[in-house]
Design a protein around this ligand. Structure first.
Ligand code: KIV
Length: 271
């Protein structure tokens, strides 16, 4: 018999248990094998293969251009690295908005081709039928309300959403609707903390906040933001845990110096 301790994998059920025990859920984005391996080993609960890959990996201005094939590629890389975390894969813009058949077909492709554990979709009442059908097909769905970047051309800006009563009430209704439709969790992005607290206390399923205050049942950050890979992006909600831009720039400049001065490679680095 193996002496190795069995790894307890995080499931959607675990997230519900964490909420009921009042234990916050940790989530971070990942897009490739190497970082996903580090995050999983560090003990993160949920890895989100976010369509923010469009921004941080592909250099696009918005999340709109990323394709289903590109999301599948990123998710395949992440899943290979994971032993414990729950892997949630964003359904990209265009892969679910047109009708429920397309939505179910896209979700099935993500599950079959990536080995991911769940999908995430942006929107409320507009996507509730698709959520129901995807969940009926056996696929766990995470919702996403508030600032939904796939609709950036409708909003026009990335400012805080649902400050006004009408939008806040719609968000509350949408959250209830997504729970009824079968979502196992909901990301709340850039909404007032008090509204996020009301949504979170009114639902059985966990909320995961980004710019939504401390009363959400968990928190998510984009890895490039929290690791300080791009120091120009410093929104109020971001806590930066590392300054990788400075560290990487310094390391690469040192390498360039060593190459130019023939200091590298030394004899003990040669065959
Ligand atoms: O794509 C993404 O990174 C996201 C997070 C901001 C929640 O959806």
């Amino acid at each position: 018999m193996s002496a190795q301790k069995e790894i307890k994998k995080i499931t959607t059920h675990t997230l519900l248990q964490l909420k009921s025990q009042g234990i916050p859920i940790s989530m971070i984005t990942a897009y490739d094998y190497s970082f996903a391996r580090l995050f999983d080993a560090a003990g993160i609960d949920v890895l989100l293969v976010g369509d923010s890959a469009s921004n941080v990996m592909a250099g696009n201005e918005t999340t709109v251009p990323i394709t289903l094939e590109q999301m599948i590629y990123h998710a395949q890389c992440v899943v290979k690295a994971v032993n414990r975390s729950l892997v949630v894969v964003d359904m990209p813009f265009g892969s679910y908005q047109s009708n429920t058949d397309t939505a179910v077909a896209s979700a099935i492709r993500i599950m079959k081709e990536t080995g991911g554990h769940a999908v995430k979709m942006e929107g409320g009442a507009e996507i509730a039928d698709s959520v129901r059908r995807i969940v009926s097909a056996g696929i766990p769905v995470m919702g996403h309300l508030g600032l939904t970047p796939q609709s950036i051309y409708k909003f026009g800006t990335y400012t805080v959403r649902a400050r006004e009563t009408a939008e806040a009430e719609k968000l509350l209704q949408d959250a209830r609707l997504l729970e009824e439709a079968g979502c196992f969790g909901i990301v709340l992005e850039k909404i007032p903390a008090a509204l996020a607290a009301t949504v979170s206390s009114g639902l059985k399923i966990p909320t995961i906040g980004i710019g939504a205050g401390s009363h959400c049942d968990g928190q998510v950050l984009v890895m490039h933001d929290m690791l300080g890979i791009n120091n120009e992006f410093k929104p109020r909600f971001l806590r930066q845990y590392l300054n990788l831009e400075e560290l990487v720039t310094g390391a690469v400049q040192a390498y360039i110096r060593d190459v130019k001065s023939r200091d590298f490679p030394a004899s003990n680095e040669s065959y």
